[in-house]
Design a protein. Structure first.
Lengths: 103, 932, 157
């Protein structure tokens, strides 16, 4: 009887392909990079803008306040500050409202 | 059809085939059902871990930003973005605290990710901050947030202060009640207060400073003193709070002494002890106050003084002494401009003014005529600097005067132009730069370059002269004399008199201008002296020497002065100092007057401190002592009319040698107690306390041979009058001892000595110290040394204050509940008297308490001594508890009380108790960070 | 009997099952896809930008400070020039960080918002940039009616 290995070869290679595909799919899931949200949070939190407003709130002048409000609105923020370290700041992520913004 | 295949062994292959297929298919089905789970699970778990880490890091980043901002009062809301589900599974996000460390975690089933956020406690200047961390959300929530919240119940505590002026008043009179706040700069919200008087009257208000007059007709509720039923101690209390919060309060008490008979009233020591603020949180600082105040009636009705001024009028009192020293750092006002030349070319710089200052620069101000002295305004008064070097030549064009600089081939580059002008009044300066015939800068600015130093010559004394010497950097006249003998003017007399055939005079003269052409050289300072009625003198040197010379004929102490004013009027004198260059310099000057004028000033100042019922007498001494009659029999030498005595003081003049023994003897004979005809009336000065103040500027040089004063007969040797005379010293000390033991109105005669000059050597000062009696407040000898007029006035003031005490030898023991086991920590203690009395403080830390001991020699009737102890609440104290700061049974004040005549009474011990030294430890406002 | 056919069938069945399982796995397992976001190096740049602005906003800085630079701003023909001191300082900072920058000033002129670009710092940025801004209280005739100016710094590498 002649031995024909063609089928067995097909099987072996099919098995190999399957294993490769399975492991690739396993590795592919590693592609999700942790750190997207945390770095996005760091970029989005307006810490410096709030500090800037806290420093400006020492001297309140109505005209300056109005111009600051307009400039903030252009950047997509809602800003307000009042006498004696009162600051309000709002953007898509954060709402900050302090009666005394000092540490 | 063949039969079903059969094996030789008889097993049916088909059936075997079916069996195998069946088994395999069962396994396959089971496996495939399981496989989904298994394969998906491993990938999902990996994804979940990654996503959880991501969300947790996001929370950590926002938490960190919150800590960096940490507003004292406010709220921050940040959206948390997270996937609603991972692998079809929901998960939870949780913020919690374990062992003082805050954690954020995300978890779902068996997968959990943690991130530590650090300790939740921080130390800040306001105390310990402990952040409350909590909250949990499910991922499918539509909007999750992380929120920071801090509310402050008390933004500040208003520290109210209540005082009465006068603090000791007679029944039926009025006193002013003054309300103020110690921390006015912290008060950002309206504050209300209420004062409750001793009789229950309530006075409400909300002003930050309030004065009201209270008539003392109702003293119900006051504490009557047992040993003196005329005296009442009335306590008023003030309470303040923040109006809109109706909380955050503080209170303080104040004691008023009211007497129905101030003449017989004793002085008292009152104290007040309280804690501020009384509600504190852990780690926060607070203050414990102990305030000691003297109470008593001065001068009116209590031991008045009978003062005898014994003034040395020896020849050396004619000499000058320093009235005041002046020193000022002079920083010129420099106009500075930068220009940048991008190529080479002709550069012209003009700096000029069109203003004139005729009242400051004119020919009469110049003193002499000649070249260089500016009149009106002159280009020499403007200086132009280019890159730090002075450049330019005089420039005049129409009404403009100033400086011009021309450089026909200026190189490209940056140039700094500076302009300085000697302008004592405001002028306009124009700076103009023309480059390559194009004007690139043209600026006119208002300009002033002046500084002032002023001083006051007090009224009451007819000063003979006021001389100013020691000024540097003044401009100078270089004189050109045809006849050198004409350098100085002739001598001008200031005063002249004869005493015992010997002439005494002060003369002065000033520089003469040269009769040929003189040259004026600029100095780096232009100084004008402005006299009280507005006239001004432009000060300058002549031949590099001071312009004026003054001298007297008693020795070599003459004066070389830059300004010399004869018979100066009292009032404000001012130096106007104007720098002429751009470099900073120093202005120094010394003002001089006659020694005897300084003594007159000090004596008159002392008399102004005395009250209506005090008596004053005056004796002077040089070779002999002499009493001066100021009144009529039977009290010839003392009077309550201070102005008459002041006019006598004003007439004193310097004479001959110095005999202290004679001065002391005749000074003591002013008192009408020696059975002398015409001066015999002890009752006239009844109830007063005798005091002799001897002012001398030198050492004893002569003695009254053979004189027998009060049994003292030690003047047995002749002294020449030119040097130290030992018999005179012995005689004076013998007389002093006799006097110190003599009594008038049951008071021993007090002798205070003041040495005034720079000439008194060690043994002269020792002599004066031995002559003096002990001071009533400190027990030290009543001896003072002064070199300038200011110090002399201060010495008289100290003598006056020494006789106004309320209590002596005060010991304060304050025992505080501060130790290793107590809830408080000691940070510091400070004690201060409003009269500058030195107070010694000792802090001893013991195992179960801390003891602060104060030692004060005396407290005056209107003196306030305040001890402020700063303590801190420890971090681990349980909240909601009360603690007393003071250990009542171990704290006391001990002092020697005085009666209304200043005599010592018994030693008194008052326990130091207070019901307002209680601290409440509260939660404190802590911030919260939560997830919701 | 010929077993070849049966074995062959078995092998075929097994092979097809394997491939079926593999395909099934690939298409059924939930693989979470998130949009890739490669802006992490920009976080550092953004923080640097904030730091640069904060350091420059120093009241003692004279012409170099943000306030001094706006006070002494000069303009002509629609071009805006900062004082030399400020420009050289900022250029030095940017060079040391190997970044390029663009400085714009934004202010309110009555009811309009106007923008001005600083001459030395006017390069067009690449698409991948970071923008930071700071409010400075100052005014200058070159910026009419401005009482507060937003200084916007755009950085890229």
């Amino acid at each position: 009887m002649e031995m024909n290995e063609k089928g067995q070869m097909i099987l072996i290679f099919a098995a190999a392909v399957v294993v490769i595909i399975l492991s690739l799919s396993y590795i592919y899931t590693q592609n999700i990079i942790a750190g997207i949200e945390s770095s996005r949070a760091m970029l989005a939190f307006p810490k410096e803008e709030i500090r800037n407003l806290c420093e400006l709130s020492v001297n309140v002048n109505d005209q300056i306040l109005q111009q600051v409000r307009i400039l903030c609105a252009k950047n997509g923020w809602v800003c307000n500050y009042g006498p004696a370290y009162r600051v309000e700041f709002k953007n898509a992520e954060v709402e900050y409202d302090a009666h005394d913004c000092r540490r | 059809m063949p039969m079903i295949v059969e094996d030789r062994k008889g097993v049916s292959l088909l059936v075997e085939y079916l069996i195998l297929m069946g088994i395999i298919s069962v396994f396959v089905v089971l496996m495939s059902l399981q496989l989904h789970e298994t394969l998906a699970e491993s990938q999902i778990s990996r994804v979940m871990v990654n996503h959880f880490t991501d969300v947790v890091s996001q929370i950590s980043a926002v938490y960190t930003d919150y800590i960096l901002l940490l507003p004292s009062e406010g709220q921050i809301v940040t959206k948390v973005s997270m996937m609603p589900e991972v692998g079809d599974r929901y998960y939870y996000l949780n913020l919690s605290l374990h062992d003082g460390v805050a954690y954020v975690s995300a978890f779902s089933h068996n997968i959990r990710t943690y991130a530590g956020l650090g300790y939740n406690k921080f130390l800040s200047s306001k105390g310990t901050i402990e952040i409350g961390v909590s909250g949990e959300v499910i991922s499918s929530k539509e909007r999750s947030e992380i929120v920071y919240k801090k509310e402050e119940t008390c933004p500040f505590v208003p520290k109210i202060r209540l005082s009465f002026n006068p603090a000791s008043a007679e029944f039926g009179n009025t006193t002013n009640m003054i309300i103020g706040f110690e921390n006015q700069n912290e008060i950002t919200k309206p504050v209300s207060w209420r004062v409750t008087l001793w009789n229950g009257t309530g006075i409400p208000g909300n002003q930050s400073y309030y004065v009201s007059s209270i008539k003392l007709t109702d003293i119900s509720g006051c504490l009557q003193k047992e040993n003196n039923p005329n005296d009442y101690l009335c306590i008023a209390s003030a309470y303040a709070w923040i109006s809109e919060i109706d909380n955050c309060s503080s209170s303080v008490n104040q004691t008023l002494l009211v007497s129905t008979k101030p003449v017989e009233s004793n002085p008292y020591l009152v104290y007040e002890k309280w804690v501020e603020p009384s509600n504190v949180s852990r780690g926060e600082k607070f203050h414990v106050y102990l305030r000691l105040e003297g109470r008593g009636f001065f001068v009116e009705g209590v031991a008045n003084l009978s003062v005898v001024h014994v003034i040395d009028v020896s020849g050396s009192m004619i000499w000058p002494t320093i009235f005041k020293n002046f020193s000022l750092n002079v920083n010129p006002n420099v106009i500075r401009e930068e220009i940048n030349l991008t190529q080479n070319g002709k550069l012209e710089i003009y700096a000029y003014t069109t203003s004139r200052l005729p009242s400051w620069y004119n020919s009469s101000m110049c003193k002499c005529s000649g070249t260089g002295c500016p009149s009106g305004y002159d280009s020499s008064l403007i200086r132009l600097y280019l890159n730090g070097q002075e450049v330019g030549s005089a420039y005049t064009s129409g009404s403009a005067v100033g400086k011009i600089y021309t450089n026909n081939n200026a190189q490209a580059g940056n140039y700094t132009i500076e302009v300085v002008a000697a302008a004592p009044e405001q002028i306009d300066i124009t700076l103009r730069v023309v480059f390559r015939n194009n004007e690139i800068l043209n600026k006119t600015v208002p300009y002033l370059n002046r500084q002032e130093v002023s001083f006051e010559l007090p009224s009451g004394v007819s000063y003979k002269f006021l001389a100013i010497s020691g000024i540097q950097y003044l401009p100078n006249w270089d004189m050109n004399y045809r006849n050198v003998a004409k350098e100085w003017s002739s001598s001008n007399p200031i005063e002249s008199y004869t005493v015992s055939g010997q002439e005494r005079y002060w003369d002065y003269r000033w520089r003469q201008c040269g009769d040929r052409t003189n040259t004026f050289q600029q100095g780096s300072l232009n100084v004008w002296l402005i006299l009280p009625y507005g006239s001004k003198e432009f000060l300058m040197k002549g031949e590099n020497q001071p312009w004026y010379q003054g001298w007297n004929n008693y020795g070599t102490n003459g004066i070389n002065a830059d300004a010399f004013i004869v018979n100066p009027s009292p009032g404000e004198y001012k130096f106007v100092v104007v720098p002429t260059t751009k470099n900073p310099t120093t202005f120094t000057a010394t003002a001089l007057i006659k020694r005897i004028d300084a003594a007159k000033l000090a004596g008159i100042t002392f008399n102004s401190m005395l009250g209506e019922k005090d008596f004053v007498g005056i004796a002077n001494f040089s070779t002999d002592g002499k009493r001066i009659a100021v009144n009529s029999s039977p009290l010839r030498f003392m009077t309550t009319d201070k102005s008459y005595v002041n006019s006598i003081i004003n007439q004193q003049r310097a004479e001959l040698a110095t005999d202290h023994a004679d001065g002391l003897y005749y000074g003591s004979r002013i008192f009408p107690i020696w059975n002398e005809a015409g001066n015999n009336c002890t009752d006239c000065i009844a109830g007063t306390r005798p005091l002799i103040i001897m002012l001398t500027d030198g050492e004893p040089t002569i003695c009254n041979l053979g004189a027998n004063y009060y049994g003292c007969n030690l003047c047995n040797q002749d002294c020449s009058g030119g040097s130290w005379c030992e018999p005179c010293k012995n005689q004076a000390l013998c007389i002093a001892n006799y006097l110190k033991n003599a009594t008038i109105n049951d008071f021993n005669i007090s002798i205070c000595t003041i040495g005034f000059s720079t000439d008194i050597g060690g043994r002269g000062q020792q002599f004066l110290r031995e002559m003096a009696s002990p001071r009533p407040d400190t027990g030290e000898p009543c001896y003072f040394f002064a070199t300038t007029s200011e110090e002399l006035v201060e010495a008289y003031r100290t003598i006056f204050n020494a006789f106004q005490i309320a209590a002596k030898r005060i010991i304060v023991r304050e025992s505080l509940n501060v130790s290793v086991a107590s809830p408080f920590e000691f940070l510091g203690a400070e004690v201060k008297s409003n009269k500058g009395t030195p107070v010694s403080m000792n802090v001893e830390v013991e195992s179960n308490r801390t003891v602060i001991t104060l030692n004060i020699s005396s407290i005056q009737k209107d003196e306030v001594i305040e001890l402020v102890v700063t303590l801190k609440v420890k971090d681990d104290v349980p909240t909601g508890t009360h603690h007393d700061v003071n250990i009542d049974n171990d704290s006391f004040i001990e002092y020697t009380a005085l009666d209304n005549r200043g005599n010592e009474l018994d030693r008194v011990r008052l326990p130091l108790t207070s019901d307002r030294d209680r601290i409440r430890i509260e939660e404190g406002d802590q911030p919260e960070i939560i997830i919701r | 009997m010929d077993l070849k056919a049966q074995t062959f069938t078995l092998e075929g069945v097994a092979a097809s099952l394997l491939i079926l399982i593999a395909t099934y796995t690939i298409f059924q397992s939930t693989v979470v896809m998130s949009p890739s976001w490669s802006e992490f190096n920009n976080i550092q740049l953004k923080q640097l930008g904030y730091d640069i602005l904060r350091v420059l906003d120093n009241p003692e800085g004279g012409n170099s400070s943000l306030r001094g630079f706006i006070d002494n701003l000069t303009c002509s023909d629609g071009r805006y020039f900062a004082p030399a001191e400020f420009s050289s300082n900022l250029s030095a900072i940017l060079d040391s960080l190997h970044t390029s920058g663009r400085v714009e000033l934004i202010w309110v002129n009555e009811s309009r918002i106007e923008t001005a670009v600083l001459s030395n710092f006017s390069k067009i940025p690449t698409p991948n940039t970071v923008r930071v801004s700071r409010f400075v209280v100052s005014s200058n005739d070159c910026l009419p009616n401005a009482m507060v100016v937003e200084v916007r710094l755009t950085l890229w590498r």
